[in-house]
Design a protein around this ligand. Structure first.
Ligand code: AMP
Length: 280
């Protein structure tokens, strides 16, 4: 497994893989890898000849009051996991390499980045789409793999690729969960045992909403209120949003359709967790 830290070397390496006829996939990550990330690598391996994992904690997608400094890091452990999965290249530039002095270009996807996480994390998606664009230009992939756990991120990146005519296929991978249902996340490491227990309210909410829909409830307000009470009954929780929305536009809906996205963001203690599911 090659470890590459400079953009120039990464681009040259991708050029030679392309010259050799290899299909390249990229798996962007911020590290502190868990089974969810590893599943993305496995999907990448199945779909391509060469897998490039990027490892970069992107400062521009964190707000000033967010956890950039505290974000968990374990480079050695991550490299070991990547190696054991057969990743071909880990691209791990530092922030100075990625954001050279004087840079002043932002890639912004306008509408679908506004609701949900866009409301409480202003500028977050600009940071995400810009860095993903840059990572694509560094790694020159044919395919890029993202988790459906970050549904709005996946939607924004898919939109960006369409809008900018990028020749890259985006693959979304279903959320990988702990045995008790909690969606895996690097941020779960912040939770103390009591908070970890309360964090189960996210998955319970998804299950409850699904059950209500299957039993005939179509009124979004009723489902939302039921979920909000369920979450509030769990200690240490504070709701950021509970949204029933159109899976394409992310606009709130009043009556559930054949397919509706339920998206949640809940603070448990100081840790902000997200989860989602499609209700159909
Ligand atoms: P992150 O390192 O948190 O930026 O995540 C890197 C990639 O892993 C993103 O595409 C995430 O959507 C994806 N991911 C994170 N958690 C999970 C999970 N539990 N299941 C599937 N994919 C995930």
């Amino acid at each position: 497994m090659k470890i590459i830290e400079t953009i120039g070397e990464m681009q040259r390496e991708s050029d030679s893989m392309r010259m050799a006829g290899d299909i390249i996939s990229v798996v962007p990550t911020m590290g502190f890898l868990h089974e969810g990330h590893l599943e993305l690598m496995r999907v990448a391996k199945r779909h391509s000849d060469k897998v490039v994992m990027t490892l970069f904690v992107n400062p521009t997608q964190f707000g000033p009051a967010e956890d950039f400094e505290a974000y968990p890091r374990d480079t050695e452990g991550d490299l070991e996991k990547a190696r054991s999965l057969g990743v071909d290249i880990v691209f791990m530039p530092n922030a100075i390499e990625m954001y050279q002095e004087g840079c002043q270009t932002t890639v912004r996807v306008e509408r679908i980045t506004q609701p949900l996480c866009g409301l409480s994390r202003p500028g977050h998606f600009d940071g995400v789409t810009t860095v993903v664009n840059k990572l694509f230009n560094c790694t020159k992939p044919h395919l890029a793999i993202f988790g459906q756990k970050d549904y709005q991120q996946l939607a924004a990146i898919s939109r960006m690729v369409m809008d900018l005519n990028m020749d890259i296929k985006i693959i979304g991978v279903p959320t990988v969960r702990e045995p008790d249902g909690l969606a895996m996340s690097s941020r779960n490491s912040y939770l103390n045992p009591e908070e970890r227990q309360s964090a189960l309210c996210l998955k319970k909410s998804l299950d409850l909403a699904n059950k209500m829909f299957q039993e005939g409830t179509k009124d979004a307000r009723i489902i939302k209120e039921t979920i909000e009470s369920l979450i509030k009954a769990h200690p240490f929780t504070r709701i950021d949003y509970v949204s029933l929305c159109d899976p394409m536009t992310l606009e709130e809906i009043e009556i559930l359709k054949d397919e509706t996205l339920l998206a949640l963001a809940v603070r448990v203690g100081k840790t902000r967790l997200i989860d989602n599911c499609l209700i159909r």
